[in-house]
Design a protein around this ligand. Structure first.
Ligand code: 5GP
Ligand code: MG
Length: 188
């Protein structure tokens, strides 16, 4: 698998440090906004945000519920967005709740623009968004995210939950694939 990586963009050590900072910031903001009985409903956007969310939530020491949304935008071997659709939702009652949607990467912004109004429509009092990565492209910068881990160049990345054709999610770093690996994994 390591032979398939052309370049590590962000190491697992850098990720760990930044995830802790994000968790601290989120916790501070929650305690400021809800000083009496702070509570949060976290919604990781599957499958890419699975690993990021699992690390992030363990550093947020606040009463928390979890719901899941699966959004597909890069199906199969696609390397550019094909438009975002919600494929499954496993959500608790959001009426009167503070929600934090967590995604792996902000690219075209289609996912967050789809998910945020949908969660508000289910009765959430507030919906904030947190992404580990934001690509350096105009659509990404034009889409609001409350918490951003890293700004990265506009390149296709894998690892730490992000896939190519559902492979490479288990790489611990954020990395760029070798063109040979892209060719080889194209067929699944
Ligand atoms: P957006 O909806 O902002 O265009 O893109 C968000 C989703 O597209 C992400 O949650 C992720 O699933 C996918 N995506 C966008 N850029 C990349 C990338 O560079 N690598 C991978 N593996 N997925 C990406
Ligand atoms: Mg995704």
């Amino acid at each position: 698998m390591h032979a398939d990586i052309q370049r590590v963009l962000i190491s697992q050590w850098q990720i760990n440090a930044r995830v802790q900072e994000l968790a601290r910031q989120i916790t501070t903001d929650l305690l400021r906004d809800q000083p009496n009985d702070p509570e949060l409903t976290i919604i990781p956007i599957m499958t890419g945000a699975m690993i990021f969310a699992s690390d992030l939530i363990r550093d947020i020491p606040i009463a928390m519920r979890i719901g899941l949304l699966t959004v597909s935008s890069y199906p199969g071997a696609a390397m550019t967005t094909q438009g975002s659709t919600v494929t499954t939702a496993q959500l608790p009652d959001l009426r009167g709740r503070h929600v934090l949607a967590v995604d792996d990467i902000l690219d075209s912004g289609g996912t967050l623009r789809l998910v945020t109004p949908r969660l508000m429509a289910l009765g959430a009092i507030s919906v904030k968004t947190c992404v580990l990565l934001r690509k350096d492209r105009p659509q990404a910068r034009a889409t609001h995210a409350d918490y951003v881990g890293f700004d990265i160049p506009d390149e296709f990345v894998v690892g730490y939950g992000l896939d190519y054709n559902n492979y490479y999610r288990n790489i611990p770093d954020i990395a760029i694939l070798h063109p040979d690996a892209i060719e080889r994994r194209k067929g699944g």
